[in-house]
Design a binder for this molecule. Sequence first.
Ligand code: UD1
Ligand code: CA
Length: 449
Amino acid sequence: MLAVAILAAGKGTRMKSQLPKVLHKLGSKSLVERALNSCDLIKPDRSLVIIGYQGEKVKSALNHLSGVEFVEQTEQLGTGHAIQQLMPPLDDFEGDLLVLNGDVPLLRSQTIEELVKTHQENKNDATLLTANMPNPKGYGRVFCDSNNIVTQIVEDRDCNRAQKQNNRINAGVYCFNWQKLKTVLPKLSTNNDQKEYYLTEVFDYLHRVMALDVDDHLEISGINDRCQLAVAYDILQARIKEAWMMAGVTMIDPDSITIEESAQLGIDVIIEPQTHIRGNTIIGNGCHIGPACLVENSQLGKNVRALYSVISDSQVANDTKIGPFAHLRGGVVLGESCRVGNFVEIKKSNIGHKTNIAHLSYIGDATLGNQVNIGAGTITANYDGVNKHPTIIGDRTKTGSNSVFVAPVNIGEDVTIAAGSVITHDVPDDSLAIAREKQKVIKGWRKKN
Ligand code: UD1
Ligand code: CA
């Protein structure tokens, strides 16, 4: 049996925040959720999160994850004290306990898997992740004998001068034989600089404790302040972007691009500077996105071209061109080979194939057929101040510049709408609709006046 415990009860004073540290977001997910996710590969039998400071908030932030147990640490008297709180809920548990700090969000699940494997193969009392940090300041230092057997862990602030020279640090990620740990937990003291119960003191009493070095020390970066949070964000982004570049995506100036891990990109996609891809977004082969696009929770087919545009909660079919300066605000389904852009906003609308909405328009709650041409400045007046109403425009219809459709209104196929018309009634197929004042010309008007 394997249980996981995440330490998430601390306030995180150095964040200078009203939010508990572990709820700060790294990209799309909170620190504590990332810590939990790093255990996905090992499929623990039980997952426990130790909460304290604003515990209810932490609990509700994780309520979308099933099977998580919460254990309360009412007073935060140290990491050792936090683990002592597991004694009642794990009273009859037999097996190994994996412990992670809730503020270590970049761990790879493969690393956790390797830690558990090393622990179990060597039948250790405890196994912990360590790394050689170029700048080990703030971390506990790990001292080992020649066989990687841990002899002592000393917190940074408790280190003497010679001990501070040791760059091998404690990642705060441990696998314990719970039976052994449980017998030594009551022995912890507060005999240290912070007068706290340190979890690391258990290594004074456990016998077979092994250190496992991670190759990439960036993985175990702990977040204590907002500068470290920003550094972690860069590390995460670099990982995501490297993986996509290796998978066939071209990025121009990757440092200015952000991509959430939930996004999926096809081959020969080109992403230009200042582009941000978020949420459940899928970008098909050969798309060319950017410069300066925000694409979130949207699905793009193949060879879509988008520049200087915002695309949210929408679907765009193959070969469609978006922008510059288009806003698909949500619920938009765009057909193939359309052209949308130059100050166009579309909301909750279904647009057929080869339809153009190329200049200065608002299209909302509308259904447009195929090969429709929406003239510059066409507006669907979909809102009467109380309710939203639909506009329907049939295949091959052309709307003149500055037409207004006062919804609900249904325009047939092959219709021509004269420029400047305010359309308040349905128009049948194959007709011309003009709804504007006839032009008057008065000759010699200036002289007369
Ligand atoms: C801890 C380790 C240190 C290690 C470092 C790695 C100890 C004594 N030290 O130090 O050796 O190098 O992590 O990042 O364990 N927490 C609780 N309850 C408490 C105190 C803390 O749940 O009473 C939680 C915090 O919310 C946090 C985690 O434990 O998620 C670590 O606490 P923190 O104070 O950041 O420990 P460090 O000083 O970083
Ligand atoms: Ca920490």
